[in-house]
Ligand binder design. Structure first.
Ligand SMILES: NC(=O)C1=CN([C@@H]2O[C@H](COP(=O)(O)OP(=O)(O)OC[C@H]3O[C@@H](n4cnc5c(N)ncnc54)[C@H](OP(=O)(O)O)[C@@H]3O)[C@@H](O)[C@H]2O)C=CC1
Ligand SMILES: O=CCCC(=O)O
Length: 291
C-alpha cells in the first residue's frame, strides 16, 4: 500500500518514519523541501508539490500546523484539489476547527474523492511508537480502508461520524489538557513558594486520584525549567483559541480554559512558542522573586 504524506514537522516526520519502518511505501512532501532528505535516506520517495503526491498515491495523509496551512495545501496552486479524483482518499490529521475540516471535505467530495479528518491524541514519542489515538470522522468506507494504516499509527482509532466531530473531539481533549498543564504549573510554583519540595509534590500526585501520564512526563522537566519541544506551545495556544471559539458557538462558558489561553498567549509573547507547551511554566517561573 503506497501512502502519500504531506507535512514533515514533529508529528508528520514521526508518523511517516513509523509507516516506512512498518513496511509501507511512503511518498512525502514538505513546504520546506530540504526536510524531506531524512525520509529519502530511510527509503521514502519525494515529490515537489502536494498535487504530485496526490497524483501518485491512492491515499494521502496530511499533518500540518493549523487551519491556514491545512487550507493552503488543499486550495492553493499545486495543491491537493488539482489532482484529487474518484478512487483517491485524503486524510487530514492536522488539528483544526470543524469549519476548516468541512470546507476541505466539501471540496474533496465535489471532485469525487473521499475525505476523512483524523486528528490524533498523543505526542512525538507515541507517534514514533505507533501509540497515537486517532479521532476520525467523514467517509466511513475510507475509514475502513485506512484501518491497516491506523493500526500502525495508533493504539486505538475512533470513528466519530460526520466531518467536524473528529475536530471537535480533539479540541475538547486539548482544551482540558491545556487547562491541566496550567494547574500543574501553578501547583509546582505554589509548592515551592510555600516551602514544599516540588519533586515530592509530583510523587504525591502520581499516587493520587489525579495521577496522569502528562504530569509524570512533563513535571520533572518543568522543575528543571527544561522544555524540549514535543508539542509546540504555539499549537497548544491555537487549540485553546479554537476550543474557546467552539465554546462561543455553543454558548458554553469556559472561564478555566479562557485563563489557560491567556497564559499560553503570555508565553507566546515571551517568545516561547516553539518550545514545548509545558514552557507556559515560565510565565510563572520568570515572575517569581529570587530566593
Ligand atoms: N506535536 C504534537 O505533540 C502534536 C501535534 N498535533 C497537531 O499536529 C499538527 C502538526 O503538529 P507538529 O508536527 O507538532 O507541528 P510542526 O510545527 O512541527 O510542523 C508543522 C508542519 O506544517 C507545515 N506548514 C506550516 N505552515 C504551512 C503552510 N502555510 N503551508 C504548508 N505547510 C505548512 C510545516 O512545514 P515547514 O517544515 O515548511 O515549516 C510542517 O511540516 C498541528 O495541527 C498540531 O496541533 C497533534 C497531536 C500532537
Ligand atoms: O495535540 C497534541 C496532543 C499532545 C498529547 O496528547 O500529548
Amino acid at each position: 500500500m503506497e501512502i502519500g504524506f504531506l507535512g514533515l514537522g514533529i508529528m508528520g516526520k514521526a508518523i511517516s518514519v513509523n509507516l516506512l519502518r512498518s513496511g509501507f511505501k511512503v511518498t512525502v512532501w514538505n513546504r520546506t523541501l530540504s526536510k524531506c532528505g531524512e525520509l529519502l535516506d530511510l527509503g521514502a520517495s519525494v515529490e515537489e508539490t502536494p498535487a504530485a503526491v496526490i497524483k501518485k498515491c491512492k491515499y494521502t495523509i496530511a499533518m500540518l500546523s493549523d487551519p491556514v496551512a491545512a487550507l493552503s495545501v488543499v486550495f492553493d496552486k499545486d495543491g491537493v484539489l488539482e489532482q484529487i479524483s474518484s478512487g483517491k482518499g485524503y486524510i487530514d490529521m492536522s488539528t483544526v476547527d470543524a469549519d476548516t475540516s468541512s470546507k476541505i471535505s466539501e471540496a474533496i467530495l465535489a471532485k469525487g474523492g473521499d475525505f476523512l479528518e483524523a486528528p490524533v491524541s498523543g505526542s512525538k514519542k507515541p507517534a514514533e511508537d505507533g501509540q497515537l489515538v486517532i479521532l476520525a470522522a467523514g467517509v466511513q468506507a475510507l475509514y475502513n480502508e485506512m484501518i491497516p494504516v491506523f493500526n500502525v499509527v495508533g493504539k486505538k482509532s475512533f470513528y466519530l461520524g460526520q466531518v467536524g466531530n473528529g475536530a471537535k473531539m480533539k479540541l475538547v481533549v486539548n482544551m482540558i489538557m491545556g487547562s491541566m498543564m496550567n494547574a500543574l504549573s501553578e501547583g509546582l510554583i505554589l509548592a515551592d513558594r510555600s516551602g514544599l519540595e516540588p519533586k515530592v509534590l509530583l510523587d504525591v500526585l502520581d499516587l493520587a486520584a489525579i495521577a496522569n501520564p502528562m504530569f509524570k512526563l512533563k513535571g520533572p522537566a518543568m522543575i528543571e525549567r527544561n522544555y524540549p519541544p514535543a508539542f509546540p506551545l504555539k499549537h497548544q495556544q491555537k487549540d485553546m483559541r479554537l476550543a474557546l471559539a467552539l465554546g462561543d458557538e455553543n454558548a458554553v462558558s469556559m472561564p478555566v480554559a479562557a485563563a489557560a489561553n491567556e497564559a499560553f498567549k503570555k508565553a507566546r509573547s515571551l517568545g516561547l512558542g516553539d518550545l514545548d507547551f509545558s514552557a507556559v511554566h515560565e510565565t510563572l517561573e520568570a515572575a517569581k522573586p529570587p530566593h
